[in-house]
Design a protein around this ligand. Sequence first.
Ligand SMILES: Nc1ncnc2c1ncn2[C@@H]1O[C@H](COP(=O)(O)OP(=O)(O)O)[C@@H](O)[C@H]1O
Ligand SMILES: [Mg+2]
Length: 271
Amino acid sequence: MSTVWLIASGKGGVGKSTLAAGLGVSLGREGQRVCVVDADLGLRNADMLLGLSDRVVYDLMDVAKSGCAPEQALIAVPGEEQVFLLPASQFARAKDLDPKDFRHVIRGLRESFDQILIDCPAGTERGLRGAMACEPDRALVVATPDDVSLRDAEQLCGLIRKKALPGPQLLVNRLRPELIRTGEMISAAAAAAALDCPLLGEIPEDPLVYRALLRHLRVTDVDCAATRAFARIAQRMCGGEVPLPDYGRRPEGLLRRLFRRAPKEVRILDH
Ligand SMILES: Nc1ncnc2c1ncn2[C@@H]1O[C@H](COP(=O)(O)OP(=O)(O)O)[C@@H](O)[C@H]1O
Ligand SMILES: [Mg+2]
């Protein structure tokens, strides 16, 4: 039995592709056979995040429209035996892919994979609506803990419910425990309550995520807090009961509290 996961967000740049790549590899390490599908036509980047940018020959559009066999387009992630990428086309646009063709491609992949992760285009427009046609089993909404992203996530949750897709689950990315403790940033649990959406996972802001990108490494090749969060979420996606870390809500140890620097005042500029 395969599970198809939509990975979507209202606002762009919140970490969908980073999560698709990180969760794809983490699920592979859980023994799952995984396909990451880059459905962000014209803006592909899952290939880069999985270290495969120089290996793309055929892509999703070739499979959907030109009769290319999926096996020809799928790229194996080196060192991660069970993880594959179906890359997006760099030149196609959302309107070029018929949702029915996309559904047909995903149905075909279900026969060979346990977990299929669809890295969706941002927003609630045509690109996402096309991706939604793939009969997903789960819809993951990615948001960062700020009002702009959360308002867009609310719109997206509304659309998912309206389309009668499986109820959305929330992933909150780029959490800063120290800002949650000072009350400046909303916690993942509070964000989930505000959106009335079950929380599947929370990922801290981690400078190593960006440094891995700068050094052309996969995020799962570095040992960091974000990678450990991906591993926990992957276990949860496989049905494991892994407690949520609840960043910023756990009481700090005495030593940390004593030596914690006071938060810098935000200086407001006079005009
Ligand atoms: N947890 C994190 N900590 C630090 N940087 C992150 C984190 N998650 C994502 N990023 C950075 O945010 C940027 C946008 O991520 P990306 O996955 O491309 O977003 P999207 O696919 O939603 O547009 C990238 O530079 C990525 O390295
Ligand atoms: Mg992306």
